[in-house]
Design a binder for this molecule. Structure first.
Ligand code: KIV
Length: 259
């Protein structure tokens, strides 16, 4: 059974674009909550925050602790939490860990990477009343070698299309499509009744998601699919430099900052 919040998001499919972003902490979640339909505690936090070379190193505990913080900043958006690598290798493990994540974080849904390969696990979770979001195309938890867009060959296109169809019929409420070739993203979006949320997958998706740190310019990364809406790295640098100057010149603290 889909929740009211999820039904509202699904209804947007043919009417209005769905806005999604990642958050790893309360302060950011609180800002995003005013604007986003979905806030994802993505396992990208492993590479973005912890500087791991892969999201595979993110543990269940780490994602839970960040999700607890994010939960405190969300009042309206749908909160989705990524299930980390090797936490859903079979039905039993997936259900136990998904229930743990939900009870600890009070998130609305969880997200798993994969299509046909994990479909029995997805169905098992849904049968047990867990709201699941799919994720197809580029799958960082299982990608070997260079990250590149998906859907280059007809074989690859067919596989991804079938993944989308099988996930949609399993009862997931939406599918993240990561770095999927434009015509394939268009075909999938018009072939399924649930929303597609794109990242690097063209404007033909029902909604868009980005890693918030990327769009805020909190790092030096430049991805083709990211538009930088701010350059906070530079703003923070300037602010910290001013603090340093004030401390050295004894301009801070002033009387008003003192007890
Ligand atoms: O981990 C993450 O942040 C994600 C998004 C890139 C969709 O899965």
């Amino acid at each position: 059974m889909l929740t009211v919040k999820i039904k509202k998001i699904i209804k947007k499919k043919y009417k209005k674009k769905i806005v999604c972003l990642t958050a790893y902490s309360k302060n950011i979640a609180e800002i995003l909550d005013k604007y986003c339909d979905i806030i994802l505690v993505g396992d990208s936090l492993g590479t973005v925050l912890y500087d791991y070379n892969t999201t595979r190193k993110v543990s269940l505990n780490t994602i839970i602790e960040h999700s607890k913080s994010v939960r405190k900043g969300i009042k309206n958006s749908l909160m989705v939490v990524d299930m980390p690598y090797k936490t859903y290798r079979n039905k039993k493990e997936a259900l136990k860990n998904a229930k743990h994540v939900i009870s600890q974080t009070r998130c609305d849904a969880i997200k798993l990477e994969g299509g046909k390969k994990i479909i029995e696990i997805v169905k098992h979770l849904i049968k047990n009343k867990i709201q699941v979001m799919g994720h197809i195309g580029l799958l960082p938890q299982s990608q070997k070698g260079k990250f590149t867009f998906k859907g280059k060959t007809e074989i690859e296109k067919n596989k991804i299309f079938n993944d989308a169809k099988i996930l949609a019929s399993s009862g997931v409420f939406g599918i993240v499509m990561e770095c999927i070739e434009k015509s394939l993203a268009k075909k999938i979006t018009s072939s399924i009744k649930i929303p597609t949320i794109g990242i690097g997958s063209s404007a033909y998706c029902d909604g868009q998601i980005l890693v918030t740190d990327d769009l805020l310019g909190l790092n030096n990364k430049n991805y083709r699919f990211v538009k930088k809406y701010a350059n906070l790295k530079i703003s923070i640098d300037k602010a910290i430099n001013r603090f340093k100057e004030d401390v050295i010149k004894k301009l801070f603290p002033k009387n008003k900052n003192t007890y």
